[in-house]
Design a protein around this ligand. Structure first.
Ligand SMILES: Cc1cc2nc3c(=O)[nH]c(=O)nc-3n(C[C@H](O)[C@H](O)[C@H](O)COP(=O)(O)OP(=O)(O)OC[C@H]3O[C@@H](n4cnc5c(N)ncnc54)[C@H](O)[C@@H]3O)c2cc1C
Length: 304
């Protein structure tokens, strides 16, 4: 209930003005966001590299309402990829299809994603399409298929274990050779399309992870959940999948000690590093994931 309310709040323009306008909110959001600029995103990625972790840069923004905004965001990504190439960083990018104008003009979105994937291929890094709300799930899966059919091999997407359709998407996209990021899912979805009970979401995650480890292409297991990480480690060992044949992924600012422990144990660990000024919806989803984050945030606001 609280989670759903916070996720709905992430879509409110009025609340965005109240929260995002306050310096204290921004300071707290910086726990989860590297900063406003590409330089800050790259600096965070370099710091992670020094700890043995790779990165995926996310230029914050979503649900754009005109083509110009989408083109500006695309340029931010191609610039980021040029810099990644110049610096030789072990860092891919994560892109939201609605930031590339999916809801404005699907053809434009496909064109811009093509530019980003081409720029990524030039510097030899991977592009993951973030998975957003259920209204764009099928379109996102189809975009990956379309880009791959056009010869782009370094593109995949996230899949959400809370969606009932995901098991089939995992099989469908694995057949297309796509490297997938498996996460639980961060949006508010109805029971008709999504599992609502934690046990069901986790069981779906474990089953999809096992399928990816056995049949998928370089699985990217995105979770901070100790139990699911343990199950994935066991499944990989049982299936004889080497520690360099898949990776764990976590969010910037979340469970850094667990990240370090996995690196020490010889696992690959990639951190999702968001940067940019449009941090409000991303930040609200992070609050929704953990009630303690919300309590901390509300106390800080009260005390300013
Ligand atoms: C690299 C990466 C990429 C992602 N991409 C997408 C995407 O494309 N689409 C999408 O819908 N979702 C995405 N997510 C978010 C994901 O769907 C979950 O909402 C989020 O990861 C929390 O789920 P969990 O698996 O960590 O398990 P949970 O059960 O939520 O968390 C397990 C434990 O991790 C810690 N934790 C989790 N979240 C937080 C937090 N915000 N702050 C502090 N501690 C926390 C807590 O200790 C918690 O007990 C992504 C997550 C990661 C790690």
């Amino acid at each position: 209930m609280l989670r759903t309310t916070l996720i709905r709040a992430s879509e409110s323009a009025w609340l965005k003005r109240q929260v995002a306008g306050r310096a204290m909110s921004r300071r707290i959001a910086l726990r989860f966001v590297a900063g406003d600029t590409l330089d800050e995103g790259l600096a965070a990625t370099r710091a992670l590299a020094a700890q043995g972790k790779s990165g995926t840069l996310d230029y914050l923004g979503e649900s754009v309402t005109d083509a110009t905004e989408a083109r500006v965001a695309c340029k931010a990504y191609t610039e980021a990829l040029d810099r990644i190439g110049e610096e030789g960083l072990d860092c891919g990018v994560s892109v939201k299809p609605t930031q590339m104008g999916l809801n404005v003009d699907a053809g434009l979105c496909r064109e811009l994603l093509g530019e980003i994937v081409t720029a990524a291929e030039r510097v030899g890094v991977h592009v993951t399409l973030d998975m957003e709300g259920r209204d764009v799930t099928e379109a996102t899966v189809a975009l990956v298929e379309d880009l791959r059919a056009a010869g782009h091999t370094e593109v995949g997407c996230a899949v959400q274990s809370y969606l009932r359709r995901t098991r089939e998407d995992v099989e469908r996209l694995s057949r297309a050779g796509a490297s997938l990021r498996l996460c639980k899912g961060a949006y508010a979805e109805p029971e008709s399309v999504a599992f609502r009970r934690r046990a069901e979401v986790d069981a779906s995650y474990a089953a999809c992870a096992e399928h990816l480890l056995e049949h998928g292409t370089y699985p990217r297991l995105a979770t901070h959940d100790d139990r699911l990480i343990g199950q994935a480690r066991n499944a990989a060992a049982r299936l004889g999948v080497g520690r360099d044949a898949f990776e764990f992924q976590m969010l910037y600012g979340v469970r850094p000690t667990l990240q370090d422990a996995l690196v020490r144990d010889g696992y690959r660990l990639r951190v999702y590093v968001p940067f940019g000024e449009q941090w409000y919806p991303y930040f609200m989803r992070r609050l929704a994931e953990r009630p303690a984050n919300l309590v901390f945030f509300l106390r800080a606001l009260r005390d300013t």
